[in-house]
Design a protein around this ligand. Sequence first.
Ligand SMILES: C[S@@+](CC[C@H](N)C(=O)[O-])C[C@H]1O[C@@H](n2cnc3c(N)ncnc32)[C@H](O)[C@@H]1O
Length: 398
Amino acid sequence: MLDISDFKNEIIHWNRFGTSTVCSNYEDIPIFTNEFWTSKQRAAHSLHEISYRACFKPQLPHFFISRLTKINDSVFDPFMGRGTTLLEAALLGRHAVGNDVNPLSRMLVEARLSPPKLIEIKNRLSQIDLTKRPEYKCDLEVFFHPNTLAEICALKTYFIEKSKNDHLDNIDLWIRMVALNRLTGHSKGFFSVYTLPPNQATSIERQKQINAKRNQIPDYRDTKLLILKKSQSLLKQTLPNDMPNTRPQFLNCDLNTDRLEVKKSVQLSVTSPPFLNIVNYKTDNWLRCWFAGIDPETIQITQTTKLDRWKELMHRTLVSVARITVPGGYFAFEVGEIQKGVLRLEETVVNAAENTRWNPELILINQQNFTKTSNTWGVTNNHEGTNSNRIVLFKMKE
Ligand SMILES: C[S@@+](CC[C@H](N)C(=O)[O-])C[C@H]1O[C@@H](n2cnc3c(N)ncnc32)[C@H](O)[C@@H]1O
């Protein structure tokens, strides 16, 4: 494996990434294949450790941000999800700019870009009144003990009431972000009885079956205690001093239709778009959306089996991002290897960039052994899915 620190602060000579082959349909695009970053779990900053469907490892944006930008540059992700690119950019002292059509995404990202102190979280938790529960939703008792559910409903009401008056400060944003992540999961660290992993809420009907099969009924979970414990774990590493000065910007645009507006042009974008219909973001996030007061039916999440439609969205994304990028800026565009590698989405992305201001510089294939994060694609590795990241690196024409 290459030591990525070898390349820091150097002019980039891509041929240092190993021997290249060429893209089958494009002889002028070199492909570099290697293990460019570690496949180890939890090898990045502890603040990254929240789950989201189809998120990439922090090492991926780190690889490009550390080589292609400098302190105070702006880094963008048009499909930010849990915000891996934004957080890594902020940790490296860059301005973080992100977009996602689902407002849930901002709730997961913003809080971790200005984290409060543990003592502030503890004090705020002690002030939240968990006896107010106008929203109690009985059918969720398949996941939660009635007393836990009452606490969750009280928390939900607290955040919705406070956000109506625009009174959520960074401590509230943090507690909401952690609560969203503790809702359901497969261990005692979550509010729910045993269920699917936290990035994938199952349906009420399916949970009834899981409960019957495992002969389980939800036991009481102390929501405040679990929020505090997870906060402790997220905050266990120190933060870089310049992180609070990185002034993030959040957009909530549908890249199929909306125009992106940013305060300052960006030097680099790093993204992974939704892959055809591999992940169902609407159903996977239904419980988080309920807690956050978001109606998933109103969100235009792109999910299509049609490659042409997908390519069209990628084209629109490339055009939109070009508009907000400085001349000479970069775009690292990650896609998975799906349909057992038969469908090479990286070539579709290269095609989608025709008639735009982007030049494909190279394709980077990061190959690694099976890991938990790669399994978040919802596919079995070495079966229907992938354990490689395939990244097209574009450079903006000067
Ligand atoms: C593969 S995930 C991104 C994961 C991200 N790289 C991370 O590490 O968390 C794709 C994201 O695209 C968002 N999305 C889907 N359709 C969209 C659209 N039309 N416009 C903007 N965002 C969209 C989804 O809500 C989802 O969060």
